[in-house]
Design a protein around this ligand. Structure first.
Ligand SMILES: [Zn+2]
Length: 220
């Protein structure tokens, strides 16, 4: 299974193929316990980039991980100034990862768009991604689904609450973005562990052992 999959090798390959602007970045990858499928953090000069994939994604097929990692790398796109999840998805599709993103959304249980920020932002679901692909990309996606014996279904519920967490470290502070909610921590905490705890319907955002904020749990 994907247990043997080398995350850093996969990331280097993606950078080489489609993210030339990250050639000079030092990108560290790890697996770990996480409340999101992936967490990406980077310094404002893009020199220090860290990607953590949840242990749950170790069982994912390489195609799904490729989709997830391309979404994470697209968070660093300079075009993506507003840092919306939708723009991040569109950037990954523009760079040619649409078929992989489509597969990833099925693994993540997102057949339909996952609406966040009360409709101001969204993660594109499998169905929307299909609509954005050209003919050869659609063929590629269908080939991957056939290879993985994956039947697109609306019934798959995501096991994790959040898709991913994006963390930008500026010289002064650390900005954490989860499901469209933003939390600013001063001073900067580059080496801190960021996570969430769900209690009732409230998601608590934790940096190391300290709570920095909370928000209502997303229902969709
Ligand atoms: Zn994201």
């Amino acid at each position: 299974m994907s247990e043997t999959l080398d995350l850093s090798q996969l990331v280097s390959r993606l950078v080489k193929i489609a993210y030339p602007e990250l050639n000079q970045s030092c990108i560290k990858t790890t697996w770990g316990i996480s409340s999101s499928f992936a967490t990406i953090s980077w310094t404002h000069d893009y020199k220090d980039v860290r990607i953590k994939c949840s242990n749950e994604t170790k069982t994912w097929h390489e195609a799904a991980l490729t989709g997830l990692l391309s979404h994470e790398l697209s968070h660093l796109s300079k075009q993506n100034k507003e840092q919306s999840e939708r723009c991040t998805d569109l950037d990954a599709i523009m760079r040619g990862f649409g078929p992989y993103l489509g597969v990833e959304r099925l693994f993540a249980g997102k057949y339909e768009d996952h609406i966040i920020r009360k409709g101001k932002d969204r993660y594109l679901g499998y169905r929307s991604i299909r609509q954005l692909l050209n003919e050869s990309e659609l063929k590629h996606l269908d080939m991957l689904l056939e290879q993985l014996r994956l039947l697109p279904s609306k019934k798959n519920q995501p096991k994790l609450v959040h898709h991913d967490i994006a963390i930008l470290h500026t010289a002064k502070d650390t900005m954490i973005k989860i499901d469209g909610h933003e939390f600013k921590v001063t001073p900067q905490r580059k080496d801190a562990e960021v996570g969430t705890i769900l209690r009732g319907n409230t998601v608590h955002v934790i940096i190391d052992d300290e709570e920095v904020g909370h928000f209502d749990s997303p229902t969709s």
